[in-house]
Design a protein around this ligand. Structure first.
Ligand SMILES: Cc1cc2nc3c(=O)[nH]c(=O)nc-3n(C[C@H](O)[C@H](O)[C@H](O)COP(=O)(O)O)c2cc1C
Length: 244
């Protein structure tokens, strides 16, 4: 059987083992927090966002993948807006679970957002992580030549180097697997799709465009992000940037 067919077969409910959740094992954290000593950047609060109103039906119909961007930088508020629209935490319920601006199977929200910031006012070009529960940015990698390294990891696609910000979504497998065992591997990809669709729509509110990216060199990009590629792995990415 081919790998893909085997995956679809073996992730049917009839093959699944009892989940860690059913066995009473403790629930993993809802989201990555902020490590001791990490460099943290405050972001403008969602209530303060001043974003152009966009008609939803029009945004859906006119949405298209855009791969060429102007050299205009984002403001920190524009970046904060895109982060909140794609992963923002609206509420932490008593379950506990996070309710966010995107849906997620079982509200497990296995996705962590990393951003390569090439052009954001007031931000050093670097890779940051969005700490969704705190609505803050955490500095991850400030090394030299990161734009080239990320571009190489994303299959050499030049739009990455020219983007204002490239989003990279990392799946934290156990957050979903705790509840869904092997079937979680289906759901993580679906969850990431919802995240990117929100990005496709939200960029229109700030006069920007984006392009989803699934062509990437797994080991290379995971190494740049500092994730192990097994428990945590990049699952999807998208370039973004201003149109004029
Ligand atoms: C899952 C997924 C992966 C994609 N990966 C890439 C990619 O690696 N590089 C790229 O240039 N476009 C990529 N795209 C964009 C598609 O090429 C694009 O959506 C398609 O050509 C249709 O164009 P439209 O989005 O303008 O309607 C991807 C889109 C999706 C949904």
């Amino acid at each position: 059987m081919s790998t893909g067919r085997e995956f679809m077969e073996k992730t049917k409910y009839k093959h699944l083992k009892e989940s860690d959740q059913v066995q009473g094992l403790p629930q993993p954290s809802l989201a990555d927090g902020i490590e001791e000593g990490a460099k943290v950047i405050d972001l403008p609060a969602p209530e303060s966002f001043k974003v152009r109103k966009v008609d939803l039906s029009e945004a859906i119909v006119t949405r298209t993948s855009i791969r060429n961007y102007s050299s205009k930088p984002y403001t920190l508020e524009e970046l904060a807006y895109l982060l909140y629209m794609t992963q923002g935490v609206k509420e932490v319920t008593t379950r506990p679970a996070t309710l966010r601006t995107v849906p997620s199977a079982g509200s497990r929200h296995p996705v962590e957002t990393y951003v390569l910031c090439n052009r954001v006012e007031g931000l050093k070009p670097a890779i940051y992580r969005y700490a969704a529960l705190d609505h803050k940015l955490v500095e991850v990698n400030t090394g030299a030549g990161l734009d080239d390294k990320v571009t190489a990891g994303l299959y050499g696609q030049q739009m990455v180097k020219h983007s204002a910000v490239t989003f990279m979504w990392v799946a934290v497998a156990y957050r979903s697997m705790w509840r869904y065992t092997e079937r979680a591997y289906r759901y993580m990809h679906l969850d990431a799709g919802h995240v990117c669709q929100n990005l496709y729509l939200a960029v229109q509110g700030i006069g920007a465009g984006c392009c989803g990216i699934a062509a990437f060199r797994d080991d290379e990009i995971n190494a740049v992000l500092g994730v192990d590629g097994v428990e945590r792995f990049m699952i999807y990415a998208a370039t973004t940037g201003k149109l004029d």
